[in-house]
Design a protein around this ligand. Structure first.
Ligand code: RAM
Length: 951
């Protein structure tokens, strides 16, 4: 029987091969069209890099289409571009299939140049397609000498009087100007140390929030560029700005909670503004208006503004029309000019700014004791609210924010710890009613408890405003199982809430830090939901800026130490390697490797020195770190996997990624070197942490009573789910041991009542490693479980985001850990998304950037009847959908133009495979490869394919 199948397969192999060789039957197409043109991962951005990288996707009818060449034209005006006179760059025809990471190689680009570009592609038959639509990018200010603006401020520190929270008011700045002619082009370049909002003639400029973003302000600060051409008029205009403490001078993390000597003002005491309006008139004349001491300043209605602690607004102190001309600023004073730091870089913002994602109407409003009202926005998220209220002058509305309710229906805010997270609005008594939204704070919440309404509010008194870094959506995932769909939506919401300027751990409590362990564990998962290329281009600078003097990557970035003893930790620090590697793999980005190569090499040296040349970390190797050993398998259940064992695996994993990355940037010697290091680590790891059978062990006595270690009192054990999952996933053991490890892993799960026991580091590789070792059924069993601990347990207990702990809340029981750590919006356990897309739907990159990839769906024996997934890669949109139909599996795949894929068709009988209802051999763009492990492997070019097979 088996033989017969193989015979048939052989016939197919020959048949399809000859089809490829001898049939020239593909329809000739000339409609290959470049779309989605981007520069530095963004659409029509402002950049300041030397050789901006261009990309496009391709559309074309027909199958098996590839690009064989391209031509890019760049001009300083649309007219020149349209006239075929690219004065900046004409690449001429470049042979090859590259459609992204293409560096501009034309004339030197000067500051402020607007570059218009288009591209065309040649198809597989050598036919040129049509030119794309025109896209653009603009060069920002390139050096400090392009700036004439001063840093201006208004030191209000003395006005911060609160008992626990010393929050000064937010200063306002204004300047009236006279424009002498018709404006042809105007740009506002603006930044702050702190946060800013700019206005011109009474209108807010831009849609961005929390600008200019969070960086190590001692090293760099970003600026934004706004096209304000249509906001200005000939004659008088007014410029205005409000500045707040933000991350620069406000409260950060748990500094207050842990009694750190510094709790705010980590980078500076006074928030500062720097803005420069550059106007070009139709007559060619140019003018620059820049911040200087002549800008008038005052403080008014914003009495407090702090990211963690909230905003207080007294409408009676509002400056009506303060950013319009004619406002009387006679009693405003002149601004103070503050000196610049010469080693602080001023750069164009490279990421996706925080923006409004959507507004949420309240689902219900419930009267509570003491005249409070509880609004339910129906979803836990990061953002703020818009308040609508009618009342008397001086009435005070207090808004408190919570993610969940106590079983008695009261709002739970204990888990916010020292984050006051309270907004206050003092009414001016406008009989028409008043509307207010804070500007410089955000909260993580679903419920708002409002006190101070004079009469019962209507449901539209509170509207939720969802904020997130505007990373474009790239993925979709749907099944016929409601639990899994909800889990997926919860993951998406949690990413949305925490990809907030930096990848944060949580959006609600006094933390909200760019925790590196969380970031590395989740980054691959994140790539499927959103295009995180620009977001990580930005954050990886923060991470490398935060590399410690000893070359270890820190536990969070950017941030100074918010606790004195915070240093580094295995499993967290490796974000410095894992995140760039993931960006490289996902987007084909080799610049990120080159840029941080010396930093990464230095980190690997640090790790090597730490092993004293032994390439293994024995028990107790990180005893000087706080907590001892680092964070290890944070928030796992049961006995702890030794942190040193995990550290050894992370070291090996890092070395293997270094080898790959070195290869990608043409450093073959270094690649070989890191391969060698990886081999040594594997050998030393097995020699120390495995017995002769390959079973993992540890010398738990070396940890004594575990004091000082995370959950050390629970004891240490080498033979754990986390240990095997990581070893398999990271390729730490030879192939013979890998399948053994898979069996042990499956056994451990079974022995644990079919439940997982993993924490942050164990959960990410758990399902992938089961799949890698042939235990897909166990992976599905864990995925579909609703018992504690599991993802499903969260869902059945009412989660609409991913929780920090497996048991953050239990229906009928309540909470156990609020005051300690109990976030309801923490993406670390959402790292199962990697398996949903990579295994359940089976989409995996082969060549970096998904130029080639595989689709190997794993079919659930029970619980799921279909999976529909799409993923917009940098090379175009991939789709994988499978569905059970009787004894057949239907598999529909979409392969983008200019890519090829290996599709693994799940079948017990290769003879039964059809494509578009026809036997496979009759199809042309398909090459049959192999039949192994229950999959018929076929190679396909671009197009949509509808496979069907008995399974
Ligand atoms: C917690 C954070 C984060 C985790 C660290 C170790 O406070 O929320 O998720 O990485 O600790």
């Amino acid at each position: 029987m088996k033989f017969a199948r193989l015979n048939t397969l052989t016939v197919w192999l020959i048949a399809s091969f000859s089809t490829v060789l001898f049939t020239k039957s593909y329809a000739i197409t000339t409609n290959l069209t470049p779309v989605h043109l981007r520069t530095e991962y963004r659409t029509n951005p402002v950049v300041d890099v030397d050789a901006p990288r261009l990309s496009w996707e391709l559309t074309s009818a027909g199958k098996g289409q590839v690009q064989t060449g391209y031509q890019i034209m760049v001009a300083s005006s649309v007219a020149l571009l349209n006239a075929g006179k690219p004065d900046l760059w004409n690449s001429a025809k470049v042979t090859g299939n590259a459609t992204n990471q293409i560096e501009y190689a034309g004339k030197l680009l000067l500051a402020r140049t607007v570059c218009y570009w288009k591209v065309r592609s040649w198809d597989k038959n050598g036919q040129p397609g049509p030119w794309s639509a025109v896209a653009s990018w603009e060069m920002g200010l390139l050096t400090k000498t392009d700036w004439t603006a001063d840093w201006i401020g208004n030191d209000l520190t003395a006005l911060g009087k609160g008992k626990t929270y010393h929050l000064p008011p937010a200063p306002f700045f204004r300047k009236e100007i006279q424009l002498t002619g018709l404006v042809k082009k105007a740009r506002l370049y603006v930044t702050s140390l702190g946060l800013y909002e700019c206005q011109i003639n009474g209108k807010r400029i831009g849609n961005d929030y929390f600008t200019p973003g969070w960086t190590d302000y001692n090293k760099r600060v970003y600026y934004q560029t706004y096209d304000v051409t249509t906001d200005l008029k000939t004659g008088k205009n007014a410029l205005g700005a409000i500045v707040a403490d933000g991350w620069y001078a406000g409260y950060l993390g748990y500094a207050l909670l842990v009694g750190n000597p510094v709790v705010k003002n980590f980078y500076g005491n006074v928030p500062l503004l720097k803005a420069q309006l550059e106007v070009e008139y139709t007559n060619g004349k140019k003018e620059t208006i820049a911040t200087d001491q002549s800008w008038k300043t005052n403080h008014g209605p914003i009495l407090e503004a702090d990211i963690l602690n909230g905003e207080t607004y007294d409408a009676n102190l509002a400056f009506t029309n303060w950013s319009k001309t004619g406002f009387n600023d006679a009693n405003w004073k002149s601004s103070t000019v503050f000196p610049d730091k010469s080693d602080r870089q001023l750069e164009a913002y490279p990421g996706d700014p925080v923006r409004v994602f959507e507004e949420l109407k309240a689902k219900s409003v419930t009267p509570k004791a003491g005249g409070h009202y509880l609004f339910d926005l129906g979803q836990n998220f990061a953002g703020m609210v818009r308040l609508r209220v009618k009342g008397n002058k001086g009435d005070t509305i207090r808004l408190r924010f919570g993610e969940v309710l106590f079983p008695n229906g009261d709002i739970m805010t204990e888990n916010l710890r020292k984050a006051r997270a309270m907004d206050t609005y003092i009414l001016n008594g406008d009989p028409q009613g008043e509307t207010w939204t804070p500007k410089f704070t955000y909260h993580g919440f679903q419920y708002v408890d409002v006190a101070g309404f004079r009469t019962a509010p209507t449901i539209d008194a509170i509207t939720g405003i969802v904020l997130t870094s505007a990373t474009p959506e790239t993925g979709s995932f749907e099944t016929d199982n409601k639990l899994i769909n909800k889990l997926y939506q919860n993951i998406v919401w949690t990413q949305r809430s925490n990809y907030f300027e930096v990848p944060t751990d949580c959006p609600q409590r006094d933390e909200r830090l760019g925790w590196t362990g969380d970031a590395q564990a989740y980054v691959q998962s994140a790539t499927f939901n959103n295009d995180i290329s620009a977001f990580f281009t930005k954050w990886l600078v923060d991470l490398n800026d935060a590399q410690r003097p000893d070359n270890a990557y820190p536990i969070y970035a950017p941030a100074p130490n918010v606790r004195k003893t915070d240093t580094y930790s295995p499993g967290w620090s490796e974000a410095g390697i894992i995140c760039p590697y993931t960006i490289y793999k996902t987007y084909g980005d080799t610049r990120v490797i080159r840029k941080f190569w010396p930093n990464m090499v230095a980190y690997l040296k640090f790790m090597e020195a730490k092993s004293n040349g032994t390439y293994v970390y024995k028990e107790g190797s990180f005893a000087e770190v706080s907590p001892k050993g680092g964070f290890g398998d944070w928030l796992s259940v049961g006995k702890k996997t030794p942190p040193d064992m995990l550290a050894t695996m992370y070291y090996g994993y890092a070395a293997s990624m270094m080898a790959d990355m070195a290869r990608a940037i043409g450093k073959s010697e270094e690649s070989a070197y890191y391969e060698g290091v990886f081999t040594k680590i594997k050998q030393a790891f097995l020699a120390h942490y495995a017995d002769s059978e390959g079973r993992f062990k540890t010398n738990s006595a070396a940890y004594g009573n575990g004091e000082g270690y995370v959950d050390g009192e629970m004891g240490f054990e080498g033979h754990t789910q986390t240990a095997y999952a990581n070893a398999i996933y990271m390729n730490m053991i030879g192939s013979d041991l890998t399948s053994k490890a898979g069996n042990w892993l499956a056994e451990l799960i079974k022995a644990n009542g079919n439940k997982l026991s993993t924490g942050f580091l164990g959960v990410k590789p758990l399902l992938p490693s089961l799949s890698m070792t042939g235990h897909t059924d166990v992976a599905y069993q864990l995925l579909l479980s609703t018992e504690y601990p599991s993802w499903g347990f969260e869902v059945v207990n009412g989660a609409n985001t991913i929780w920090e702990r497996w048991n953050s809340y239990i229906k009928g029981k309540g909470f156990e850990n609020n005051a300690g750590m109990n976030s309801f919006n923490h993406y670390a356990f959402g790292s199962v998304n990697e398996w949903l897309f990579g295994n359940a739907a089976g989409i995996k990159a082969n060549e970096a950037g998904y130029r080639t990839f595989s689709i190997k769906p794993e079919i659930a024996r029970q619980g799921l009847n279909f999976v529909n997934a799409t993923y917009q890669s940098i090379n175009g949109t991939i789709a994988s959908s499978w569905k059970k139909e009787g004894n057949r599996i239907q598999l529909r795949v979409v392969i983008p133009v200019n890519t090829t894929a290996t599709v693994f068709i799940p079948t017990t009988n290769p003879d039964s495979v059809l494509e578009s209802s026809k036997p496979l051999k009759a199809s042309q763009a398909i090459r049959v490869n192999d039949f192994k492990d229950g999959y018929l492997q076929v190679n396909v070019g671009s197009g949509t394919y509808q496979f069907s097979a008995v399974n």
